[in-house]
Design a protein around this ligand. Structure first.
Ligand code: NAD
Length: 340
């Protein structure tokens, strides 16, 4: 166990079993140098405890890097609640989770993540104030995430194509769910020609109706002749099979963990394709959860999200100057803030 903790530079790992609700939960606090750890709570079934531990440690570490580079006063943390196999009372479970968080005295603040819902956060809030994104806050992070991705796309286009306007550019969006659709709306307003794919037919048809988008099959989106490819669906989609198919000069989208491994970032860089590091460009949701918790106004949240564009411009310039992939530069910047 300590080997895992050491390898991830993790500060704290907490476990809680609550007999009456059946709660089995883990909270990982990676780094609190810049503020209390903030990160969502996953509520999914795991094959075994080790998988849950690995997941929460990896995700908490990622949140430290994201918060550092997004310049929010927050450390990195994450929680997982192992979804019970047997029958359970959801309200009891999340209330017990709220007590667990409260016992950590504010070093960890929770929010919604895969499998958890806003109404679960309402249950958490019964027992602790250390929760962001309850139904009282009324914050949906997706539009803000899309705004950050849009700002990042403008920065990438300016850097790579020396263009201030997106008008007439062809942008391929993979996955038009909550973030992808909101992003497509912003791009459409700027006169972008949209090419979209999604496994959900209703979602692609909504883009045809709303934005006159061209639809391609899910496997064909990689080979679309376009200026920019925006992955907004799944992780791991930039890999040895897909990168050789790309015909764009920029990859910039919302999906988490787009590179299947670090070597794929090197491959994109060698091919001259500009990659906007995912955890930088998609940090709008975190900015909202963090600054919303600190009671900042929507206007400040939007401004800080749009500023992700300037952050990316700096990374792109340093990447060019050092001939190093942008995600490696981003990691260095985050590590200097977290560890130096
Ligand atoms: P979502 O579930 O609303 O949308 C994802 C879409 O991708 C869905 O429409 C789904 O049908 C589609 N999809 C799945 N597999 C696909 C495939 N093989 N090809 C094409 N489309 C496919 O999720 P979302 O909230 O829009 O998030 C999208 C991505 O952005 C995720 O990776 C998420 O982790 C990341 N992200 C989201 C936020 C946020 O605020 N929602 C913040 C940061 C990062």
């Amino acid at each position: 166990m300590f080997e895992k903790i050491e390898r991830a530079d993790l500060n704290e790992l907490h476990f809680r079993y609550d007999k009456s609700s059946g709660l089995r939960a883990i909270i990982a606090i990676h780094n609190t140098r810049l503020g209390p750890a903030l990160g969502g709570c996953r509520f999914i079934a795991y094959n075994n405890d080790d998988d849950a531990i690995d997941d929460v440690i990896r995700l908490a570490r990622g949140m430290s890097y994201k918060a550092a580079i997004a310049n929010v006063p927050q450390g990195g943390g994450k929680a997982v609640i192992l979804k019970p196999m047997e029958a359970f009372d959801r309200q009891d479970l999340f209330q017990a989770f709220g007590r667990f968080i409260h016992d950590l005295g504010g070093r960890y603040i929770t929010a919604v993540d895969s499998g958890s819902l806003i109404r679960d956060m309402d249950e958490v809030a019964i027992n602790t104030p250390y929760v962001s994104g309850t139904s009282k806050d009324g914050h949906d992070p997706s539009p803000v995430t899309a705004l950050g991705v849009y700002a990042g796309i403008r920065a990438a286009v300016q850097h790579q194509l020396q263009r201030d306007s997106l008008k007439g550019l062809r942008i391929a969006v993979q996955g038009v769910g909550n973030v992808g659709h909101a992003l497509a709306a912003l791009l459409h307003k700027d006169g972008v020609k949209l090419i979209v794919s999604d496994v959900d037919d209703n979602r692609v048809h909504r883009c045809v109706t709303d934005f006159g988008a061209t639809v391609v099959a899910t496997d064909d989106i990689y080979g679309v002749d376009c200026e920019l490819f925006a992955p907004c669906g799944l992780g791991g989609i930039l890999n040895a099979k897909t990168i050789p198919k790309l015909r764009c000069s920029i990859v910039a989208g919302a999906a988490n963990n787009q590179l299947s491994d670090d070597s794929q970032g090197d491959l994109l860089h060698k091919k001259g394709i500009l990659y906007a590091p995912d955890y930088v460009i998609n940090a709008g949701g975190l900015i909202q959860v963090s600054l919303g918790y600190l009671k900042k106004t929507d206007s400040e949240i939007n401004q800080r999200t749009i500023a992700l564009g300037s952050t990316l411009t700096d990374l792109f310039e340093r990447s060019r100057a050092d001939n190093t992939p942008p995600e490696q530069i981003a990691n260095r910047v985050a590590e200097a803030l977290l560890f130096d």
